[in-house]
Design a protein around this ligand. Structure first.
Ligand SMILES: Cc1ncc(COP(=O)(O)O)c(C=O)c1O
Length: 441
């Protein structure tokens, strides 16, 4: 309590706006909260040190950059060790390393046996990879709205289910876990699989369980913008041995290598036609060092986000982004709802003038309004996703996601960083406390 009081005091005179005349906003010629603009950075790379260097040197010196074999006696086994540690951290039986989050989605969709004639429900606001992985399997993507969590609205899922629906993509967007306790019962009731896309939320949890461990299969991106990173990278997790075997086989041309076979026990499947999504040992080494830092990174981001939440939540009338489990959220950004887009845009502009860059929700796109999606453009005109009666009839575009567009238009916020100092967080609080009352109306 004392700390909180001290912290609010450090947020400056602007913290007691109700007691004084409203300070003049920087956008109107007033003194800005900060002289130099605050900037959230790429999280994982800020933690690169001798540990990543050692892992890379190990691989270089071993001359075994390929995960399965090479010259010399002692294989470094970086990728395999990463897989084992990642699975343990995510509380799943198995993990498979792949070159990207997109590759992880392709592998997961194929592991579930999703193909032509099947439908998969996904949120209207997410990354291209989600839609593309479904289409690349020949299946049909069906959009559901998001709600004020910025994640798929469980209340909108059921009306999108048809006899052809095979899976739901529960995407945990911008660090915030989707409301899994509302999604899983719908899936189970209709016999659907759940793919958890944790690309933007690696390390987040929901009611004590790591995201990725609650559905049938989970995926992560380990690309530059993500919690931990090797520049590019991805992982698939599951506790189902058959799904892991299908994923491992699909990622390596249909075959199953000895280390994965040992992990699984007796194989249950025949070889089938798979693709090539193996990770190399350099990437595995960097990710091994990074996964050991995951909890440090998220501990710092969460603490910073908490400082900001605690510093602004008492503002009269404030609407914060909904968090189905506040303790499990990563704290990627602190977002506030406004009455309309005009007020949100004024907030964003005014915050920028204060030296605290704000923005609308980011890192994803409103997929149904993308021209190539509306026009169902694929690599071949006979692509099976859109040649069935359902595929021909389905309409994308604005009409399938008006609520998604409305939510994204009226929310604005500030991205957080693990390396923000207490003073940086106090500046965010001071700027919000100065700008919000002036623009919220
Ligand atoms: C929700 C979501 N899924 C999948 C991906 C794909 O990950 P990658 O960029 O590693 O291919 C991303 C990337 O940003 C993402 O945001």
């Amino acid at each position: 309590m004392t700390n909180r009081r001290k912290f609010l005091a450090a947020a400056g005179a602007a913290a007691s706006v109700s007691m004084q005349a409203a300070p003049k906003l920087a956008i109107d010629g007033g003194e800005p909260v900060r002289q130099s603009a605050l900037k959230a950075d790429y999280w994982g790379t800020q933690f690169y040190d001798d540990k990543e260097k050692r892992e890379l040197m190990d691989v270089l010196e071993s001359k075994r950059p390929f995960r399965w074999y090479g010259p010399g006696k002692e294989p470094p086994m970086k990728v395999l060790t990463f897989e084992k540690e990642f699975a343990a951290r995510m509380q799943t039986k198995y993990a498979l390393a792949v070159p990207s989050g997109t590759a992880a989605l392709v592998v997961a969709v194929n592991a579930l046996g999703i193909g032509p004639g099947d439908e998969v429900i996904l949120p209207a606001w997410t990354w291209h990879s989600c839609f593309n992985a479904i289409v690349l399997a020949g299946a049909l993507p069906v959009f559901a709205e998001i709600d004020e969590t910025f994640n798929i609205d469980p209340a909108d899922i059921e009306s999108k289910i048809t006899k052809q629906t095979k899976a739901i993509m529960a995407v945990h967007l911008q660090g915030n876990p989707a409301d899994v306790d509302r999604i899983l019962p719908i899936a189970r009731r209709h016999g659907l699989k759940v793919i958890e896309d944790c690309a933007q939320s690696c390390g987040a949890s929901y009611k004590g369980r790591p995201v990725g461990s609650m559905g049938d299969i989970g995926i992560y991106s380990l690309q530059l913008n993500k919690t931990i990173t090797s520049g590019e990278g991805g992982a698939v997790v599951t506790s189902d041995p058959v799904l892991f075997e299908r994923a491992a086989r699909f990622h390596d041309l249909g075959g199953l290598r000895a280390p994965h076979q040992q992990w699984l026990g007796t194989p249950q499947l025949e070889t089938f036609i798979g693709s090539g999504y193996r990770m190399n040992e350099f990437t595995g080494g960097v990710l091994l060092a990074q996964v050991r830092k995951l909890d440090t990174i998220i501990g710092k981001v969460r603490a910073n986000a908490k400082r900001v939440y605690d510093g602004v939540r008492d503002l009269p009338g404030i609407e914060l982004r909904k968090l189905p489990d506040a303790a499990g959220e990563l704290g990627t950004g602190v977002f506030i709802g406004f009455k309309n887009k005009e007020r949100r845009d004024r907030f964003v502009a005014a915050m920028r003038s204060e030296g605290v860059p704000a923005a609308g929700p980011g890192g994803s796109v409103i997929l149904p309004v993308q021209k190539h999606i509306e026009n169902k453009v694929t690599v071949h005109p006979a692509w099976p996703s859109f040649t069935s009666e359902r595929g021909r009839a389905i309409k994308y575009g604005e009409q399938c996601c008006p609520r998604t567009i409305a939510v994204l238009n009226r929310f604005g916020g500030v991205l957080m960083d693990p390396m923000f100092t207490a003073k940086d967080c106090a500046d965010v609080v001071a700027a919000v406390r100065k700008v919000y009352p002036a623009v919220a109306g």
